[in-house]
Write a protein that binds this ligand. Structure first.
Ligand SMILES: Nc1ncnc2c1ncn2[C@@H]1O[C@H](COP(=O)(O)OP(=O)(O)OP(=O)(O)O)[C@@H](O)[C@H]1O
Length: 796
C-alpha cells in the first residue's frame, strides 16, 4: 500500500523527467503516498519568486535579524499545516540564495527519489514563506502577487490530508493522468529457453529470416511468368504444362527484369522442380546472345546429376531455339565436365580453336615455331605448344582458343582443373553461377573450388557480363537445395549480392521438408542377424504394389491404409502365421502380393523399389543376397548402383530402371541426392541413413513432382531411439528438423509372419524364437551368406 509511486508530470518540454539515481535519504519520513505535483508547485513557486524579484522596490530589501529567521522557520512549519497563513516577505539574501538554489534545481529536474523530497520541499517552503515582520501593505501586495501560489499550496495540502485520511481512496489530480507504477518488481515474461547449439531466427540476416513464400499447390502457366508463348508450347510437348510452385516464385526473380536483379536461394523439398526453376531463365537469357561464350556454369556434386541436368538444359535450349527463330535468338550450347573421359577430350569438347587474321601475331608464331624445333617436348607446356605447332595457322592468322559452349555443367573438382589448366578457359563472361545441392557442395572443399571460382568471378571486364535487358552487371548466383543450410558462414562463402530466399509455404530456412505426397513406414527388426529376411518379406508383401497411375489398385491403397494405422493390425502375414509358417515359399508369395491389375501382373514384382545401404560393399552384397533369397524370377529385375560402378554402366542401369526393365535397385548413398527416377514407387532404407539430411534425400527419390510414393525404413532395436527422435520427432527429448505435412506421421508396420506367439485368448504373447522366422528360412539365409563368403574369398 505504501509502495505506490506516482510519477511527476512531464516538464514543459514534454520529455519525461529522468529518474534520479541518488540513493534515498534514510532519515526521510515515510509517506503513504507522494503527490508529485506538490513538488512541481514549489518549482513553479520559486519561478514566480524569481520573476517577482526584479519588480520589488529596493527599499523592501532589508537585513533580516537571525532571530526572525528562526521565527520564520517556525512559521513555515505552521504554514505547512495552515495554508491560510499569509506569506511573509523575504530578504534579498534569502532571495539570492533561493535563486541560486533554483538555478541549480532548474537543471534537468531530478526526480526525486521519494525520501529526498521532504528536504527540498521544506527548504523551498521556508524561502517562499519567510517574510519580514513589518509592512502590512507590502504584505498585501505580496499576498496578491502570490495568491495563485498559495492556492496551489492549499490544494496540495488538502489533497495530502485527504490521502492521509483515506489510503484506499484513489488519488485524483488535476493533472493529465499519468500511469501509476508500483515500486515492486514489474512482472517479467517467462524466460525463453535458448538452445545455444542452434541458430535462432533472430540471428539470421533479414533475407534468410523473411523468405519469399509460395503455397505448395500453386500452379501458373509459363506464359504468365514471362516465358514466351512459343517456348511454353515446346515445353508443354515435353510434359511441362504449368510451372510448379517453386518455379512460379523463382522465375519472376530470375528472368530479365531491370528492377529485381539479385541472387536467389531456393530451399524447396525434393522433387519440387528446382532444376527447371533455374534452367529456364538461364537458357532464355543466354539464348539472346549472338556469340558463343561461357555465360553459365552449373556446379553439381555427382556425375549422374550432371547428366540429368544436361538433359533438362537441352530440353530448354530446344524450346528457346524454336522460340528464337522469330526473335533472333540462337540455340544455347550445353557442355559437361565431370571427369568421365580423358581431360584432353573434355577440353576439346568445351574449347575450340579458330583462325584469326593477325599479321603481327603470325610473325611471333613463326619465331616461336623455330624455337620449338629444338624442344624435347618433356613438359606439359611444351606438349601443348607442340599441339598448337601441328595445327598450322593460315598465313597472317593466329589460332585462338574459343569456347564451344554457352553453359557448362560440371563437378567442382573438374571445374577447377579447367580453370587452372585449359587454355583460353575463362569465367570473364559468366553471367550465371548455379550451385545445386548447395549444402553438400559448400560443406566439402573439392579443391577449394569456391575460392577459385569467386576469385575468377570477381574479375570484371567492362561490359563482359552486361546484357541490355538486364541491369545486373555481375554474375547471377542461384543456390539450391532440398536441405539448404542456414549456416551463415557457409552461405557467406558464396558472396551473394542482394539475395532473396524462396521457400514453400509453412517452411523456413533450415527445414528438411518431406514431400506431402510421401507416406512413411517403419519396420521393426527384432532379430538383426536375420535382417535380410525382413527385406525379402517386405519385397514380397502386399505393400509392394504401384502407388501411382493406372497400376494402382484400389485394394492396395485401402488395405495399406487400414493396415498401417495399427502395428498389430498391419501384419497381414501374422494373421496367417500358423499356417504360413509351414507353407512352401511360393504359396506365401502368392498370398502376400496384391493382385496387380495391369501388365505388371505378369511381373513377379509389379512395382519399383530403390533400396539404400550405407556403403558400396553392402549394396553389392545385399544385391547378390537378394538374388539368392528371392525366387529366380526376381533375378533379372535386380540392379546395383554404387559409386564404384563405371559411369556408363550407371547410366545404363538408371535407364533400365526408368524403363522398368529393372525394378529393384540396390544403391549406396551415391544416388540419394538429386536423381530423378520418375516412376519410382518405393524407397527402402535397409540401413538407417547417417543423418536426417540423408534420410530426406533418400526418401525424396519417390513422391516427386506431385506423385505419390512410399518410404520404408528397417529399424533395429539399437537404432530405434535415434530413428524415432531424430528422423520422426517422437519420444522424449526429440530434436528433429524433418518437417512433415500436417497430419502425416511415420506408421509402424510388420511384414514378417508370426513374429509373436498367440496367447491363450488370442492376444499377442511372447516374441517368437528367431523373430518368428521358420527354421527352414533361417537355414536358407545361412546358406546364402556362406555362398557370399565363398564368392568373396574366390575374388580375393
Ligand atoms: N513444371 C513442371 N511440370 C511437370 N513436371 C515438372 C515440372 N517441373 C519439374 N517437373 C518434373 O518434376 C520432377 C522433379 O524435378 P526436379 O528434379 O527439378 O526436382 P528437384 O526439386 O530438383 O528435386 P531434388 O531436390 O531431389 O533434386 C522431374 O521429373 C521434372 O521433370
Amino acid at each position: 500500500m505504501y509502495n505506490r509511486y506516482i510519477p511527476p508530470p512531464k516538464p514543459a518540454g514534454g520529455a519525461a523527467a529522468p529518474v534520479s539515481s541518488q540513493p534515498p535519504v534514510s532519515q526521510a519520513p515515510a509517506q503513504p503516498a507522494r503527490i508529485v505535483f506538490g513538488d512541481d508547485d514549489f518549482v513553479a513557486n520559486s519561478n514566480n519568486q524569481q520573476k517577482a524579484t526584479p519588480e520589488e522596490p529596493v527599499q523592501q530589501v532589508e537585513e533580516e535579524p537571525k532571530s526572525k529567521s528562526k521565527k520564520s522557520n517556525k512559521k513555515q512549519r505552521d504554514t505547512d499545516n495552515d495554508a491560510e497563513e499569509p506569506p511573509r516577505k523575504k530578504t534579498k539574501t534569502d532571495n539570492d540564495e533561493q535563486q541560486q538554489k533554483d538555478e541549480t534545481e532548474a537543471q534537468p529536474e531530478p526526480i526525486k527519489k521519494e525520501p529526498k523530497k521532504p528536504k527540498r520541499e521544506k527548504k523551498k517552503k521556508e524561502s517562499v514563506l519567510e517574510t519580514p515582520a513589518a509592512d502590512l501593505q507590502d504584505d498585501q501586495q505580496i499576498r496578491q502577487r502570490h495568491r495563485s501560489v498559495f492556492e496551489k499550496v492549499d490544494k496540495a495540502l488538502k489533497l495530502k490530508e485527504e490521502l492521509q485520511g483515506n489510503d484506499d481512496k484513489e488519488e485524483t489530480t488535476p493533472e493529465p493522468e499519468e500511469p501509476v507504477y508500483d515500486l515492486g518488481p514489474l512482472p517479467q515474461p517467462a524466460p525463453v529457453v535458448v538452445d545455444p547449439s542452434r541458430l535462432t531466427y533472430e540471428t539470421l540476416p533479414p533475407w534468410l529470416a523473411n523468405p519469399i513464400r509460395v503455397t505448395t499447390d500453386t500452379r501458373k502457366p509459363f506464359t504468365d511468368l514471362g516465358i514466351s508463348a512459343e517456348a511454353a508450347k515446346v515445353l508443354a510437348t515435353k510434359g511441362f504444362k504449368d510451372a510448379f510452385a517453386v518455379q512460379t516464385a523463382a522465375l519472376p526473380l530470375l528472368l530479365p527484369n531491370p528492377d529485381l536483379q539479385g541472387d536467389v536461394v531456393v530451399a524447396a523439398p525434393t522433387g519440387s522442380g528446382k532444376t527447371l526453376a533455374y534452367v529456364l531463365p538461364m537458357v532464355q537469357d543466354i539464348a539472346l546472345s549472338q556469340t558463343t561464350k561461357l555465360r553459365g556454369v552449373i556446379v553439381l556434386p555427382t556425375r549422374d546429376l550432371v547428366q540429368q541436368v544436361q538433359a533438362a538444359c537441352e530440353a530448354c535450349a530446344a524450346a528457346f531455339a524454336f522460340a528464337g527463330r522469330n526473335a533472333d535468338g540462337k540455340r544455347v550450347k550445353v557442355g559437361t565436365a565431370m571427369g568421365n573421359r580423358p581431360f584432353k577430350e573434355e577440353q576439346a569438347v568445351i574449347m575450340g580453336m579458330e583462325q584469326k587474321y593477325d599479321p603481327k601475331g603470325y610473325q611471333k608464331w613463326l619465331e616461336r615455331q623455330k624455337q620449338l624445333v629444338d624442344l624435347d617436348g618433356d613438359s606439359d607446356q611444351e606438349e601443348e605448344d607442340l599441339d598448337l605447332h601441328l595445327k598450322r595457322p593460315l598465313p597472317y592468322h593466329v589460332i585462338q582458343h574459343v569456347p564451344k559452349v554457352d553453359i557448362l555443367i560440371c563437378t567442382p573438382g573438374r571445374l577447377v582443373e579447367h580453370i587452372t589448366k585449359t587454355k583460353g578457359f575463362t569465367l570473364d563472361y559468366v553471367r550465371w553461377l548455379v550451385v545445386d545441392e548447395a549444402d553438400k557442395l559448400l560443406a566439402q572443399d573439392f579443391q577449394q573450388w569456391l575460392d577459385v571460382v569467386n576469385e575468377k568471378l570477381a574479375v570484371s571486364k567492362p561490359g563482359a557480363r552486361a546484357f541490355a535487358a538486364n541491369n545486373k552487371t555481375g554474375p547471377r548466383k542461384v543456390i539450391l537445395s532440398a536441405t539448404m543450410t542456414r549456416d551463415i558462414t557457409l552461405l557467406n562463402g558464396l558472396k551473394l549480392s542482394r539475395p532473396k530466399l524462396v521457400v514453400l509455404e509453412g517452411a523456413k530456412a533450415g527445414d528438411l521438408a518431406i514431400p506431402a505426397t510421401l507416406k512413411e513406414y517403419a519396420i521393426k527388426i527384432a532379430e538383426p542377424s536375420l535382417k535380410p529376411l525382413y527385406l525379402v518379406d517386405l519385397l514380397q508383401s502386399k505393400y509392394m504394389v504401384p502407388v501411382n497411375g493406372p497400376e494402382t489398385t484400389a485394394g492396395s491403397e485401402s488395405s495399406d491404409s487400414s493396415s498401417s494405422s495399427d502395428p498389430s493390425d498391419s501384419d497381414s502375414s501374422s494373421s496367417s502365421s500358423s499356417s504360413s509358417e509351414a507353407e512352401p515359399k511360393t504359396t506365401r508369395k502368392s498370398k502376400a502380393l496384391t493382385k496387380p491389375t495391369t501388365s505388371s501382373a505378369k511381373s513377379p514384382f509389379p512395382t519399383t523399389a530403390l533400396i539404400f545401404t550405407t556403403s558400396n560393399t553392402s549394396a553389392l552384397r545385399l544385391s547378390r543376397l537378394l538374388t539368392l533369397l528371392l525366387p529366380p524370377s526376381f533375378t533379372p529385375l535386380i540392379g546395383t548402383l554404387t559409386s564404384s560402378t563405371p559411369t556408363s554402366h550407371r547410366q545404363r542401369t538408371l535407364r533400365a530402371f526408368t524403363s522398368q526393365k529393372l525394378r529393384i535397385l540396390v544403391a549406396s548413398d551415391l544416388v540419394s541426392r538429386g536423381i530423378d527416377l520418375s516412376n519410382l514407387d518405393h524407397v527402402i532404407n535397409y540401413d538407417l541413413p547417417l543423418s536426417e539430411t540423408s534420410y530426406v534425400h533418400r526418401v525424396g527419390r519417390t513422391a516427386r513432382a506431385g506423385r505419390k510414393g512410399k518410404a520404408w525404413t528397417l529399424v533395429e532395436f539399437s537404432e530405434a531411439r535415434r530413428f524415432w527422435r531424430e528422423f520422426v520427432g517422437e519420444g522424449q527429448g526429440a530434436v528433429c528438423n524433418v518437417k512433415r505435412a500436417e497430419g502425416r506421421r511415420v506408421e509402424r508396420v510388420r511384414v514378417t509372419e508370426g513374429m509373436m506367439e498367440e496367447g491363450k485368448n488370442g492376444e499377442k504373447g511372447e516374441k517368437k524364437k528367431n523373430g518368428g522366422f521358420s527354421e527352414e528360412r533361417v537355414k536358407e539365409l545361412e546358406k546364402a551368406l556362406e555362398m557370399l563368403r565363398v564368392e568373396a574369398t574366390k575374388r580375393g
